[in-house]
Ligand binder design. Structure first.
Ligand SMILES: [Zn+2]
Length: 221
């Protein structure tokens, strides 16, 4: 089973579905993470160029800890992610190349514009990747069976799938803590632990849980 995670910024993947990613990796599922931006607006302590380098390095360190197979950096400008042909074609090509059975993407009501744009790009790419259209795209049509939308700091209103990540929580936190450029100003590791604990308590499915909204490809408009 191939897994693809689409993240607006480095660390969104870990916060939104890091525990579920660890479960896939433990089960031997090849997993690719693609970052729409490299988070170059995420700190005033560095220039954009330096921060790009720092955050990509942090993402690689986290990936090494978890054993992630491949990271792809699309390097759009952080905070200015565009819904355009270039990004759409790159995602369609990626879906057709990796042929994932499961894809993880942000949800459509996330307050962060880059997250909502990632949702719009990913869902349209998923729809187009499945059909015999668009000569500018590479590969042969591929339809993804399962689309799971994760939550970062805007919680989901509709939950259709819950993953108990209790056994993976310490490793998830260790991976998030590799993003030192972010953690030093805001305790995202603590916030992530609290969100997963809140989900664990309110769903009754485990000490720490990740929640998702499942989408059906036929219902994406
Ligand atoms: Zn983000």
């Amino acid at each position: 089973m191939n897994i693809l995670v689409v993240a607006p910024h480095p660390d969104d993947d870990l916060i939104g579905c890091g525990g579920s990613m660890i479960r896939h990796l433990r089960n031997g599922h090849p997993l690719t993470v693609t970052y729409m931006t490299s988070g170059d607006a995420g700190s005033l302590r560095h220039t954009k160029e330096n921060l790009t380098e720092i955050r990509e390095r942090e993402a690689r360190q986290a990936a090494k800890i978890l054993g992630i197979n491949e990271l792809i950096f699309l390097r759009n400008a952080d905070g200015y992610l565009q819904y355009n042909q270039n990004n759409l074609v790159r995602l369609i090509n990626l879906i057709r190349e990796k042929k994932p059975e499961i894809i993880y993407i942000p949800h459509h009501r996330d307050k962060h514009r880059d997250h909502r744009t990632t949702y719009a790009l990913a869902t349209e790419a998923l729809r187009r990747a499945g059909g015999p259209w668009f000569q500018e795209c590479e590969g042969s049509p591929w339809t993804v069976d399962t689309i799971l939308c994760y939550e970062v700091w805007t919680t989901l209103q509709e939950i259709s799938y819950v993953e108990n990540i209790t056994e993976f929580m310490p490793l998830k936190l260790e991976a998030i803590r590799q993003h030192q450029s972010q953690i030093r100003d805001i305790a995202y590791d603590e916030a992530s632990q609290c969100l997963n604990r809140y989900r664990g308590i309110t769903t009754g499915r485990g000490e720490y849980c990740e929640c998702f909204q499942a989408l059906s490809i036929g219902k994406i408009s």
